[in-house]
Design a protein around this ligand. Structure first.
Ligand code: HEC
Ligand code: HEC
Ligand code: HEC
Length: 176
């Protein structure tokens, strides 16, 4: 009698263990871990180590010149109305953008350091740089080429120093 009761208790506790084992994640080593997500500069090669200026280049084969010196020349003349409409929400409240960029010598400047400095100094007239740049690259879903072609990768702009854990922005002078 005693023995049977003890066996029943043993079976009952085994059943509990079996049930919890079924709910538990697979034990380590029984299933391969998923492949690392490729994160440029962290788990994968970074094709744009200098950020902005490594991606905004002249691409004659695609008949596209995305250099800041080229864009700036257009903006100093007149900003495309579609771009102006996209940027207006990032302007300081109460400020209506003129649609004409102040003159600046971007071709010889460090980008985005010089852009950020001026956008901060002229913050009563210029859109906040972080909001504007995030807004231009990370909104609009499949209509936005930064999301479709470049997967919206934060680390194409933001660089991690894996030794110190510090973040900075990729930067430099644009190629002539
Ligand atoms: C890896 C590529 C890449 C990097 C790095 C990058 N951009 Fe861009 N950028 C793009 C693409 C693609 C677009 C077009 C997005 C769209 O479809 O609206 C764009 C659009 C822009 C525009 C709007 C231009 C226009 O005429 O519509 C500005 C301004 C801009 N980027 C500035 C910057 C700045 C400043 C940096 C660095 C802080 C930067 N970008 C980094 C790819 C990049
Ligand atoms: C001399 C100071 C200054 C510098 C340098 C500067 N900005 Fe601006 N930026 C402004 C001001 C002021 C505005 C608002 C212009 C307006 O009212 O249309 C502006 C507006 C813009 C706009 C919105 C379009 C427009 O002209 O209204 C974009 C995009 C822009 N800046 C990108 C950049 C980038 C990229 C750089 C660096 C390559 C840069 N800016 C450097 C002052 C500056
Ligand atoms: C196209 C370039 C670009 C991309 C892509 C980008 N950033 Fe940024 N980010 C910037 C710039 C430029 C600043 C402004 C830095 C400054 O003002 O010193 C900034 C600033 C920031 C800041 C500090 C200021 C703030 O707005 O709070 C955070 C947080 C940030 N980014 C997070 C992200 C995350 C998360 C992603 C990816 C989902 C991302 N960024 C993608 C360019 C980029």
């Amino acid at each position: 009698m005693k023995l049977i009761r003890r066996l029943v208790m043993v079976f009952a506790s085994l059943a509990v263990i079996a049930a919890s084992a079924a709910d538990a994640p697979p034990a380590a080593g029984t299933q391969a871990a998923p492949a690392l997500r490729p994160i440029p500069g962290i788990t994968a090669e970074d094709p744009f180590p200098r950020g902005c200026v490594d991606c905004h280049v002249n691409m004659p084969d695609r008949k596209m010149d995305a250099r800041f010196s080229t864009l700036m020349k257009q903006w100093e003349n007149a900003v495309d109305p579609a771009l102006l409409a996209r940027v207006q929400p990032f302007a300081p409240s109460g400020v209506v953008l003129k649609g004409k960029h102040p003159k600046s010598n971007v071709a010889s400047a460090d980008i985005p350091t010089s852009c950020i400095g001026c956008h901060a100094a002229q913050r009563k007239a210029a859109p906040s740089f972080d909001r504007m740049i995030h807004g231009l690259h990370l909104t609009g879903g499949d209509k936005n080429h930064f999301l479709t072609e470049f997967q919206g990768q934060c680390t194409y702009c933001h660089k991690l120093d894996t030794a110190s854990g510090a973040w900075s922005l990729g930067h430099g002078k644009e190629a002539p």
